[in-house]
Design a binder for this molecule. Structure first.
Ligand code: NAP
Length: 286
């Protein structure tokens, strides 16, 4: 992880597992577009090794992404938090600034960009999962006046998320549920923020068809595979569907803006999105 020359910097993504991740290819595509020779690596780290890994990342990189399950755990190793990370209480992007590590969160803006033209304000939303991504999204949606059901495998994390939501947004209508006992309701939108549907769990779905009738939009944060079992079920009953690719792309662009201390023009962002959209199919096959 040592840069070859002073203008070449090292970036990374840390998480576990990382077999599914497109982040290295996405960030390398952005560096190529910008004519930069920076390096971006994926580093799969087990829980017991995370503290040592955080120290190495601090020493050897100019910045890094953090993914599941370390988005909250990383906070204790940072010197400061940007407002975005403070609001979401989770970090997915770290930048080294004058030797200090600053944590940011670009998942929230990436999620909203991924929604495209769908108007989510005030909708009745079922969020599957209560981890880092679910929390970021729940905060965004509470801020937009949505009614929320947080359905999770473990009761503990769902309770904690509903508690935090009500503390931050006292007027929010939020309740918890177990993933295997989801209350029947007229949900407008369903968001999958669990890994059910990817990697070793690619044959699984967090939800079955009976909960999907009448749902306008099913948004699966998974982007690899591009069409999960959940999205196939949703399409079959006529729901609009979105996978996690746009969210990944936009949160990645935002991370690059933070690291490189620049703003992409609309044209640059459109060019980069077109490039990675073209590469996506090959990435999904490999
Ligand atoms: N497209 C994007 O840019 C983007 C960005 C962020 C995340 N994501 C995706 O969103 C998903 C969640 O990420 P995260 O960062 O929130 O992860 P996380 O913090 O580790 O949370 C994982 C969540 O999934 C649940 N879960 C894990 N394994 C499960 C299983 N076998 N059955 C049922 N529930 C299970 C966990 O429930 P427990 O509380 O019971 O453990 C928890 O609620 C991942 O698939 C990730 O790839 C995509």
């Amino acid at each position: 992880m040592v840069a070859e020359n002073l203008s070449q910097q090292v970036y990374a993504v840390v998480g576990d597992p990382l077999g599914h991740t497109f982040s290295p290819r996405l960030h390398r595509a952005v560096f190529d577009y910008l004519g930069l020779s920076h390096i971006y690596i994926a580093w799969e780290v087990k829980k017991a090794e995370f503290k040592a890994a955080a120290a190495q990342l601090a020493r050897n990189t100019a910045g890094f992404n953090v993914t599941a399950p370390y988005k909250e755990e990383i906070i204790e190793y940072l010197d400061d938090l940007d407002l975005s990370a403070e609001i979401y209480e989770a970090v997915n992007t770290v930048k080294k600034e004058k030797g200090r590590l600053i944590g940011y969160n670009t998942d929230g803006s990436g999620f909203l960009q991924g929604l495209g033209a769908y108007e989510i304000e005030g909708k009745n939303v079922l969020i599957l999962g209560a981890g880092g991504a679910a929390q970021t999204i729940a905060y965004e949606l509470a801020h937009r006046g949505c009614r929320l059901t947080i359905a999770n495998r473990s009761d503990e994390r769902a309770s904690r998320l509903v508690f935090r939501l009500k503390r931050k947004f006292p007027a929010v209508q939020a309740r918890k549920a177990r993933l295997n006992k989801i209350p029947t309701d007229n949900y407008h939108c369903v968001i999958n923020a669990t890994p059910l549907g990817m990697g070793k769990l690619s044959g699984e779905t967090p939800l079955h068809s009976q909960h999907l009738s009448g749902v306008e939009l099913v948004y699966d944060l998974i982007y690899n595979p591009g069409e999960t079992k959940l999205l196939k079920l949703a399409e079959a009953v006529g729901c609009r569907t979105i996978n996690g690719f746009q969210m990944l792309a936009w949160q990645g662009l935002k991370a690059q803006e933070i690291w490189l201390n620049r703003t992409f023009s609309q044209q640059e962002a459109a060019d980069i999105l077109e490039i990675i959209e073209r590469k996506k199919e090959a990435w999904q096959k490999s």
